[in-house]
Design a protein around this ligand. Structure first.
Ligand code: PLP
Length: 418
């Protein structure tokens, strides 16, 4: 009997075909390191939009909040509701636009906090609250466009915009913010221009006699680049997940990737010379060749454009992928592993022994960014947590006596499969 058939537990069923592993200890360490970059008064918002960049929003949010984050950022109302339904009470900023009364009612009902980027959005918001039973101060975050050309009021009109919102008694300005377009570029010119515009907008507001709300500008790259960009809060996504936004920022912090993608070998066979592999015969064996089939494909989020271009890891060794990646399966040339068995684990992204395949590797091959790769893994892949972080104050206590840990979440990387 194969090792993966021995146990019928839910944990092993989830590891039956293919899955995403989320290393909570790495996440906790990344968040704590990020927090250490900030002045004590500067708050950390963990950006958990898009299901926490594919990592699973609720688990990531809970862990980040335990490790020092005090705010969460989401893009959409349903993303915020998911966190509230999981019992998360931390303030949640909606980074996307809010335009309609229905949206405002949902935001009020779930105690989310909207971004307003136009006078019209502010007026609709106030009017909707006026007509509702909502009576407590309704926190809103005003967004300025300082050069991203996405959401936000023109930075030159910051004082008028803030004044208009200030005159609406239903609304309470919780923050003023902007977003950087090129913070990951080693050439800082555009970022510094945006920062200067943000500072001029702040000066305009101050000279209009308006008390300054909480201010924020920095994403991951800006948080790593310069403490001068931190203001009162930083909004960090990518770095939380252990990836560096740009090579030149690598030395600033020692982040560890949180996500790994793994799958099982489902069949092993021997090809005769001249045998074609997969749709379109994009690969033809030039010799007798052992071939492994793996249960993961582009419907799981492994881009088909990586066909014939990637290695994967098995038993700590690099193995090349051959033939077109199909919807649910892909094939490997396992010449180096002649005794490979069905059920063995294949690491597509992550570490196995001394070898590592990174999200950046795939992003480079596909001429895209690691943000997009992280977000591409589909929900068909269960997200499994490993390495439950040990709270610092009880780090000396052995894992076996920690009260609240589920067996599934204390697994150390691949150890369940041995
Ligand atoms: C407004 C805003 N702030 C912060 C972030 C976090 O960016 P990053 O993942 O680069 O840290 C994002 C993500 O796109 C965003 O849209």
């Amino acid at each position: 009997m194969l090792s993966w058939e021995k146990s019928s537990s839910v944990a092993s069923m989830k590891r039956e075909r293919a899955w995403v592993e989320i290393d909570l200890a790495a996440l906790a360490d990344n968040v704590r390191q990020l927090k250490r970059l900030l002045l004590p008064a500067t708050e950390l918002m963990t950006v958990v939009k898009a299901d926490a960049y594919g990592h699973g929003a609720v688990t990531i949010a809970q862990t980040a909040l335990q490790c020092g984050a005090t705010w969460l950022g989401v893009a959409t109302i349903p993303e915020g509701i998911e966190l509230r339904e999981a019992g998360i009470t931390a303030p949640i900023l909606l980074l996307g636009a809010t335009n309609t009364p229905e949206q405002i009612r949902a935001i009020a009902r779930w105690q989310l906090q909207p971004t307003l980027g136009t006078p019209k959005q502010a007026l609709v918001c106030a009017e909707t609250l006026n007509q509702s039973t909502h009576r407590s101060p309704f926190p809103v975050h005003l967004k300025l466009d300082t050069g991203m050309s996405r959401l936000g009021a023109p930075w030159q009109q910051s004082a008028e915009f803030v004044q208009l919102v200030q005159r609406l008694p239903q609304l309470q300005i919780a923050s003023l913010y902007s977003h950087l377009a090129t913070a990951d570029d080693p050439n800082e010119a555009v970022m510094r221009q945006q920062q200067a515009r943000f500072n001029r907008a702040i000066a305009q507001i101050r000279s209009a006699g308006i008390p300054l709300p909480r201010l924020h500008l920095a994403n991951s790259a800006a948080t790593l680049a310069d403490a001068d960009l931190h203001y009162d809060l930083v909004r960090v996504g990518l770095a939380t997940y252990g990836l560096h936004p740009a090579p030149h920022l690598q030395s600033k912090i020692n982040l560890k990737p949180v996500l790994q993608v793994k799958a099982r070998v489902t069949q092993v066979k021997t090809l005769q010379p001249g045998t074609g592999v997969s749709y379109g015969y994009q690969f033809i064996a030039d010799r007798q060749m052992p071939l492994a089939v793996v249960g993961i494909g582009y419907a799981d989020g492994v881009p088909r454009n990586l066909s014939n271009r990637i290695d994967v890891l098995i038993r700590g060794q690099r193995v090349r992928q051959v033939g077109s990646i199909t919807m649910d399966q892909l094939m490997l040339d396992v010449t180096n592993l002649p005794d490979l068995q069905e059920g063995e684990i294949v690491t597509l992204l992550g570490q196995d022994g001394k070898e590592q395949i990174s999200t950046e590797d795939w992003a480079t091959l596909l001429n895209t960014i690691s943000w997009e790769i992280l977000c591409s893994f589909k929900h068909r892949l269960p997200r499994l947590t490993v390495n439950q972080p040990i709270p610092p104050q009880i780090s000396q206590v052995k894992e076996s006596v920690l009260p609240h840990l589920e067996p599934e979440t204390v697994a150390r990387s691949n150890s369940l499969d041995s």
